[in-house]
Design a protein around this ligand. Structure first.
Ligand code: 5GP
Length: 200
């Protein structure tokens, strides 16, 4: 079927480049770590995801996400344009195929910044992908970070914490883990992991 065809195409392209994903619970700092790494290493490209969630203040279309209705999102899934997706806290999030395939075909390095369930799918579809699980220094610290964002209701925070507790149990399934205690150190370690993998 269509989905299989799309994935077959991507697998062929995978031979020319490597796929990287950083995953971890919401609030553990994936976006900040990747942003910090890219200040020194801008050649590492980030895949921009599609989402049905509302745009937050300070975010921009095509920069943080491609924002769309659930209906449009589902149409894209049907059309085979979404590589992996998940439902998270009531919203859909997914990796558009076009964010990944052309870059990989050109030998560019692209990293997905995604939650744990979607990363599980990437791990199964691309066993050769480097998947790095980012852990918060502690669960208390994670809750503090979620709260200090000030963008979420108490219910949403509790929802994210419940999901996070289930997710961290899965960390050993991934290629590597990284603890986000010191931002600069963590960003540099991430870069080193990517480089090591590129060489190997
Ligand atoms: P937020 O609403 O905080 O921007 O994102 C919620 C969660 O969805 C975060 O853990 C984020 O990394 C994840 N996420 C963002 N884009 C994608 C995607 O394309 N696929 C998957 N599986 N998760 C994503």
């Amino acid at each position: 079927d269509n989905k299989k065809k799309v994935l077959k195409g991507v697998n062929a392209e995978m031979e020319q480049g490597k796929l990287y994903a950083i995953l971890g619970p919401s609030g553990c700092g994936k976006d900040t770590v990747v942003k910090t790494m890219r200040e020194k290493h801008p050649e590492i490209e980030v895949s921009v995801s599609a989402t049905s969630r509302a745009i937050r203040e300070g975010e921009a279309e095509g920069v943080n996400y491609y924002y769309m209705t659930r209906e449009t999102f589902q149409q894209k899934v049907q059309a085979g344009e979404i590589l992996e997706y998940t439902q998270y806290n009531g919203n859909l999030y997914g990796t558009p195929k076009h964010e990944v395939d052309t870059r990989i075909a050109q030998g560019r390095t692209v990293i997905l910044v995604i939650e744990v369930e979607g990363a599980g799918n990437i791990r199964k579809l691309y066993p050769e992908a480097l998947t790095i699980f980012l852990l918060p220094p502690s669960m208390e610290e994670l809750e503090n970070r979620l709260r200090s964002r000030g963008t979420e209701s108490e219910e949403a925070i509790q929802g994210r914490m419940a999901t996070a507790r289930r997710e961290v149990e899965q960390a050993p399934l991934y290629t590597a883990t990284l603890v986000n205690d010191d931002l600069e150190t963590c960003a540099e370690k991430l870069y080193q992991m990517i480089r090591e993998y590129q060489k190997g």
